[in-house]
Design a protein around this ligand. Structure first.
Ligand code: UDP
Length: 231
């Protein structure tokens, strides 16, 4: 079982068709996070922001400014998730890559590790703090900085497939993949920068459905594990 993990939660997991920030969904997600915490894992979380703003989806606007808006969106999600975790009795701290002292603490790797060791769930807001990056890449970065045992990518699909399983019934589900195979076959596990960083630093990635998190908490093999192991 993993001792310390970095969990990436997409903005999509916190929204519904009616509301971009949906507290029913966020409460559910907080309850899922609590399962990892209750299992004794140290949990860092990077929240996405795609439910509110995605810089790369804009065309006419200035990309850096749009990405800044995207990073603010991740902070809104982190604060919303913090609120639900507090109500479930889970100690938390939000740390932002961009200073916003009135709302949360500023990120330092040392502060994050201290908070994790004290039993707090650490929510990382504002991604990497830099435009042109995604929260998947920020997750890989924070996972390395806090020395997590694995990067957990909770998705709305249960694993990595050879093709989109919703469109292609022949799509093959992978239990295990190497970084090379993901890169060579252009498999849609995470973005290129994130997978390259994980490969360089040999950080294992687990792709699974958020609803399976209880099994992850029990240390069961779920979804797809991506690492350097060719066996
Ligand atoms: N973003 C950024 N730098 C980062 C992380 C995120 O500029 O390090 C911006 C970017 O515009 C991105 C948005 O924040 O589109 C929301 O993040 P992401 O698209 O990764 O969220 P998700 O799709 O996972 O909800």
């Amino acid at each position: 079982m993993y001792k310390r993990v970095l969990l990436k939660i997409s903005g999509e997991a916190l929204s519904s068709a009616e509301r971009p920030v949906c507290f029913e969904k966020i409460e559910q997600t907080a309850a899922d996070v609590k399962k990892l915490h209750d299992a004794g894992m140290q949990v860092g979380i990077v929240t996405g922001g795609g439910n509110i703003m995605r810089g790369r989806d804009t065309v006419a606007q200035d990309r850096s400014r749009m990405d800044n808006m995207g990073m603010l969106a991740t902070a809104i999600n982190a604060l919303a998730l913090q609120d639900c975790l507090i109500r479930l009795g889970v100690p938390t701290v939000v740390m932002s890559a961009v200073a916003m002292h009135r709302f949360c603490e500023e990120f330092t790797a040392r502060g994050a590790v201290e908070a994790l060791e004290a039993g707090k769930v650490v929510l990382f807001a504002a991604g990497s703090g830099c435009p042109y990056f995604s929260t998947d890449t920020a997750s890989a970065l924070r996972a390395l900085e806090i020395k997590a045992d694995a990067l957990l990518l909770a998705k709305n699909v249960d694993a990595v497939y050879s093709a989109d399983p919703k469109k292609d019934p022949q799509a093959k589900k992978y239990d295990h993949l190497t970084y090379e195979k993901v890169l060579n076959d252009n498999l849609q596990a995470t973005d290129l920068t994130a997978i390259t960083l994980c490969r360089e630093q040999n950080l294992p990635i687990l792709v699974f459905a958020l609803k399976e998190i209880e099994r992850v908490a029990r240390g069961e093999a779920v979804g797809t594990r991506i690492d350097a192991n060719h066996a």
